[in-house]
Design a protein around this ligand. Structure first.
Ligand code: NIG
Ligand code: FE
Length: 454
């Protein structure tokens, strides 16, 4: 790890603080959950172009141990630090070299862990086969379930590390990671344990979600009413086992016509809530299926996908947005793109109706084999018609709220964890403008530089 240190400070690992100077722009995302017009307000601090990013009044960020302690014009921050009794000599200095500083990105919806890959299915879909049709024939999710059950713990760990490294290189500092490719208790436990261990290993924080209700496994397919028989198994055996293990923070269900019904989804999620797991759900990904309505009814943290919500579903999310417990709409446009589906989620309508919007990668081997969250921001701009600022809020402060972590991460404000990305472009508006490019120069996690572009 080499960083260009521009003056003073300690670089021997003993410095407890960082001063990040030389930014053209800092997008702080300060001020809490975004909805409606505020989704488009990233709260920018900019260097005066006439005076340059090295000027005394140029914006800087200061971190101490694992937290942000100050952000603002340099002179003000330095006075503030002295006022807090933090000696400037103890801060290492990092030069952002005219780039942009944002909060570390947060991916609120991934299927990080799985065995195998499904390029054969891409071919099938390109010649006209439908996604649920492939699943019904025992392919799709079920083929990944076979490969995942056959994978060893070491295989899964190595796979997880490989893709987390990719995410880190795109500025991601926190992700959610679902199980759901085991569909039996031992494999679901292994997936949750692996996700948990990857988070403990760091540097990315990984929040495990139990998604036992991702599909009806093959061994249930010959039962009378397979989805119902498997739902009972989930409630009687899998959920208690997962709760006893204690790794899953959230529970999720693929609530979709032909997969799990709203009634089954409700029973599973309420039972999981009783064990302390907050709800999120795959809602109305392919067709209006009552998912958005259910998310609002049970006060889920987020309703995900929403490529095809009903009018009543949108009304329910709009009503929840005015309540104490807003449901974040987490749209996953890379999935719509990769499925070659003809309609994207109604992002503009949701924003107009005051629903807070997040976006995620949905990283998985079937419908979204990309871990590149900035690329998903590009798709969100082009297809969901988000502005770059709205897309940035969707992968920072709103994604934090979608994970119940809005008070800890997602913005650059004193007191929050020092999770930051430094980009080699002069404005946040350029992040989605260069599709797929590696724009991240440095990633800071809990006050430690953990990634530096070679
Ligand atoms: O979010 N729709 C359900 N789950 C994933 C896809 C999983 C797969 O195809 O392997 C999704 O799109
Ligand atoms: Fe998903």
């Amino acid at each position: 790890m080499t960083l260009r240190v521009i003056e003073g400070g300690l670089t021997d690992g003993r410095s407890l603080g960082l001063l990040i100077l030389g930014a053209s722009e800092i997008a702080t995302l300060a001020g809490g959950l975004r909805s409606g017009p505020s989704q488009d307000q990233p709260e920018l601090l900019r260097a005066d172009p006439g005076r340059g990013s090295e000027a005394g009044d140029a914006p800087i960020v200061a971190t101490w141990e694992d937290r942000i302690v100050a952000v603002g014009p340099r002179a003000m921050v330095e006075r503030n630090l002295e006022g807090q009794g933090l000696p400037l000599a103890r801060f290492a200095r990092i030069d952002a070299e005219g780039g942009t500083i944002t909060p570390g990105l947060i991916d609120p919806h991934t299927h990080l862990l799985f065995g195998g890959s499904r390029e054969a299915e891409l071919r099938l879909r390109m010649s006209g086969a439908g996604y649920l049709e492939i699943l019904a024939a025992g392919g799709g999710i079920l083929s990944t379930v076979r490969a995942t059950r056959a994978a060893s713990a070491e295989d899964l760990l190595a796979h997880g590390r490989r893709w987390l490294e990719e995410m880190l290189s795109h500025g991601v500092t926190t992700i959610e990671a679902k199980s759901g490719y085991g569909l039996d208790l031992p494999t679901e436990l292994l997936l949750l344990e692996t996700a948990f261990n990857l988070g403990r290993e760091g540097p990315i924080d990984v929040l495990p979600t139990w998604l036992g209700a991702h599909a009806v496994p093959e061994e249930f397919r010959r039962r009378r009413d397979p989805a119902e028989a498997y739902t009972r198994r989930l409630l009687d055996e899998q959920l208690p086992g997962v709760a006893a293990q204690g790794r899953a923070r959230f529970a999720d269900v693929f609530c979709e016509e032909g997969v799990f019904s709203p009634d089954q989804s409700r029973r599973i999620l309420l039972a999981a809530e009783a064990f302390g797991m907050r709800s999120r759900l795959h809602a109305d990904e392919l067709a209006p299926s009552g998912g958005a309505e259910l998310a609002a009814e049970i006060g889920a943290l987020s309703a995900d996908h929403l490529a095809a919500p009903s009018e009543a579903g949108i009304d329910a999310l709009a009503a929840a947005a005015q309540s104490e417990r807003p449901v974040v709409a987490t749209l996953l446009p890379a999935t719509t793109w990769f499925l070659m589906a003809d309609h994207y989620g109604p992002a503009r309508t949701l924003i107009e109706r005051g629903v807070p919007l997040a976006i995620g990668s949905d990283f998985n081997p079937g419908t979204s084999p990309t871990a590149n969250l900035p690329l998903v921001m590009t798709i969100a701009c082009l297809e969901l018609k988000l502005t770059p600022a709205e897309a940035l809020a969707a992968v920072t402060i709103n994604a934090a709220h979608a994970l119940g972590l809005g008070e800890e991460i997602g913005s650059i404000e004193p007191g929050k964890l020092a999770d930051l990305a430094i980009w080699r472009v002069p404005s946040h508006a350029q992040i989605p403008y260069w599709p797929g490019a590696g724009l991240v120069r440095t990633v800071i996690k809990r006050g430690r530089p953990v990634y530096q572009r070679a």
